[in-house]
Design a protein around this ligand. Structure first.
Ligand SMILES: [Zn+2]
Length: 58
């Protein structure tokens, strides 16, 4: 799964593959931005109730 997030430093979009980030906790990833080369923390949103919702109705 590839995450698409905007960098909190340079605000450009990052495509982050599974092997390119560390999981800090269930809501936070850490990855190196390909644009500004900073190691940034990325908040995950929508992986909780939103992600589980559609599957439960199936
Ligand atoms: Zn950046």
């Amino acid at each position: 799964m590839t995450q698409v997030k905007s960098c909190p430093r340079c605000f450009q979009l990052m495509w982050i593959k599974d092997d390119q980030f560390e999981v800090l906790d269930e809501n936070t990833l850490r990855a190196r931005c390909p644009h500004c080369k900073e190691l940034v923390r990325i908040k995950l949103t929508g992986l909780g109730a939103n992600a589980a919702g559609p599957k439960m109705g199936h």
